[in-house]
Design a protein around this ligand. Structure first.
Ligand code: MN
Length: 381
């Protein structure tokens, strides 16, 4: 019998974390939970502790940690706050780090896993967006495999198995188009928060759902793909595919295009990131091509979805420009969710930050952290 892989989940109560635990639940002979981290959802944490019996728990929110401390079994190591996240990823005994924190906070704990040469199952796209250069250098240096969990990048990763990098002509990154794909720019000016949160195909957290509606998600994914697959922006095309059955494609120099197809279910790319190079049987809904009446494709309208254009711009500028874009987008999405700004003001706020803050080339992790907080301060009104 082969040994079970120990999985440490950064962000176990979020949508990716919950789906990861479901995958582990389906394959108890293959995987076990070494550690989990949460921000605030202590009710779900207590359930997860009972079921999965982790050795390490990190609670980021200190007040929540004080409230539940007494109810956490004494044999579990409890760590608290940002420092706790870093200490846990530095010292816990795991084989795979599933990195699924939301936003910028995933960067440093992920770097700790990379420095230990662990496999990183990467769901936190901001890590590569803000620090792609550092992350790819470190992962090469410490021989840490980064396996994407994001469905599009998992698709590309799967299409590239057995292929040569120099024979890739283009990555075709698919996008559902989100809930506003068919609306005009005028119609976008007064969309409500609940309309933006109503994604047609995927059930995800609030931040990524708003990013899907603004198509910033696809912009961030384009930057993510650039770093993961070492290809320039002009070799990455974004294609709208409303059915979300093809999760992305790769075109090769001979004109062949490979696509990965499946139901939109995050458990599949999560499972693949945990089990690669193996595939594991499961009971997920299979894809009946004869039931799918249509697979369609459209060019995205960059003038309507400005965010995606901004993402191409910052990738070209490089350095800390993607960090400014990412921080400004996080601020803007939060304001939109709190009804403080309108939907079309999201790209406006990002442009304000990009115009007002100088970017630096070849940044260190410290410079990136500074740039992130500077951007947030700059946008405080
Ligand atoms: Mn995605």
């Amino acid at each position: 019998m082969t040994e079970k892989k120990k999985v440490f989940i950064l962000g176990s109560t979020g949508s990716i974390g919950v789906n990861t635990l479901d995958v582990i639940r389906l394959h108890p002979e293959k995987f076990e939970v070494e550690g989990i981290t949460i921000n605030k959802n202590s009710d779900l944490l207590e359930e997860q502790i009972k079921e999965f019996n982790p050795k390490v728990v990190v609670i980021r929110n200190e007040k929540v940690a004080d409230d539940v401390r007494e109810r956490i079994p004494r044999n579990i190591e409890l760590l608290i706050g940002e420092d706790g996240l870093i200490e846990a990823t530095k010292n816990a005994d795991y084989d795979i780090l599933l990195s699924a924190l939301v936003g910028f906070s995933g960067l440093q704990p992920t770097i700790e896993g990379i420095k230990r040469g662990k496999r990183i199952a990467l769901a936190n796209k901001e890590t590569l967006v803000v620090a792609g250069e550092i992350i790819t250098e470190l992962s090469a240096k410490f021989k840490s495999e980064i396996i994407p969990v994001d469905s599009e990048h998992s698709a590309i990763f799967q299409c590239l198995v057995g292929e040569k990098h120099k024979e890739v002509k283009k990555l075709l990154l698919t996008a559902s188009g989100g809930p506003f794909f068919k609306r005009t720019r005028e119609e976008l000016s007064n969309v409500s928060v609940s309309e933006a949160l109503d994604h047609p195909n995927w059930n995800m957290g609030n931040k990524v759902t708003i990013d899907s509606a603004s198509m910033m998600n696809k912009g961030l994914e384009m930057i993510e793909a650039h770093w993961l697959f070492n290809l320039p922006a002009d070799k990455i095309d974004v294609i709208i595919h409303p059915q979300s059955i093809i999760h992305s494609m790769v075109e090769f120099i001979d004109g062949s295009i490979k696509a990965q197809m499946s139901q939109p279910d995050m458990r599949l790319p999560i499972q693949y990131a945990l089990s690669f190079p193996d595939r594991l049987q499961n009971d997920f809904t299979s894809t009946s091509l004869t039931d799918i009446t249509e697979l369609s494709f459209f060019k995205p309208d960059f003038s309507k979805f400005e965010c995606i254009k901004l993402a191409f711009d910052v990738l070209e500028e490089g350095g800390t420009a993607p960090c400014i874009l990412n921080a400004a987008n996080e601020v803007a999405v939060e304001r939109f969710l709190n009804n403080k700004i309108s939907f079309l003001e999201i790209p406006d706020l990002i442009k304000k930050a990009l115009n007002g803050i100088d970017s630096a080339q070849k940044p260190s992790v410290e410079t990136i952290i500074e740039c992130d907080s500077l951007t947030r301060k700059y946008l405080k009104d």
